[in-house]
Design a protein around this ligand. Structure first.
Ligand SMILES: [Zn+2]
Length: 220
């Protein structure tokens, strides 16, 4: 999802890496080339996941494009697998605590965790993994820099836990209608975002079912 465009980051020098080029807009690509040229050119283009708004344009920068796997190092950055928003999502960590976090955590608002493969459980594990790192700064794929990673990660965990608690409370009361659960548990969501909320709910239900905490089958 592109809220206000995708952030591209340049890291290191001689050569540098470019992270999430994100657009094939000629002006955007030229700005990356100029910034990179001042740092000895691009050695590797790193992407955080395979969504088009992070990868389009990546192959036009004249350097190999890499979606790293867990533990790989490129240009002084270490990749850490962080599935949830996408199954192939990774973040890139610098030795001094900077995390290029793609769409795992956004500068503004909440990220999408689509259902499938128990993605929400994976997402919560990914947040916990970053909480265990000593992060000083997070550079997200969308929105402003996150200067208090600990607070932002705690906020993200609490937001999902709040939904889960509310969902479980309604299920405990015997509510078995998806529509009713959505209306009550996501009652703060504007109507145009309800389709996204419905996806979020499916991810929650999938997690509860995997944990044996979904008491009965749901109806529409
Ligand atoms: Zn994405």
């Amino acid at each position: 999802m592109t809220l206000e465009g995708t952030n591209t980051f340049i890291y290191g020098a001689d050569p540098c890496v470019a992270i999430d080029p994100g657009s094939d807009d000629p002006g955007h690509l030229e700005a990356i080339r100029v910034a990179a040229a001042e740092r000895g050119g691009i050695g590797t283009v790193l992407v955080t996941h395979s969504h088009a708004d992070h990868t389009t344009g990546a192959d036009q920068l004249g350097a190999p494009v890499v979606l790293a796997t867990d533990g790989e190092e490129h240009g002084g950055l270490r990749a850490a697998a962080t599935p949830g928003h996408a199954a192939d999502h990774v973040v890139y960590l610098s030795p001094d605590g900077v995390c290029f976090c793609g769409d795992l955590v956004l500068g503004l608002g909440s990220t999408i965790v689509p259902p499938g493969g128990n993605s929400l459980a994976a997402f919560m594990d990914s947040l916990a993994l970053l909480q265990a790192e000593n992060l000083t700064l997070m550079c997200p794929g969308h929105g402003p820099w996150i200067t208090d990673p600990e607070a932002k990660l705690a906020e993200y965990v609490e937001h999902r836990m709040m939904r889960e608690r509310r969902l479980l409370a309604r299920l405990d009361e015997g509510e078995n209608s998806r529509a009713a659960l959505l209306a009550v548990v996501w009652d703060d969501v504007p109507v145009e975002l309800l389709p996204m909320a419905a996806m979020a709910m499916e991810a929650h239900l999938e997690k509860l079912e995997a944990e044996g905490r979904l008491p009965f089958d749901l109806v529409e």
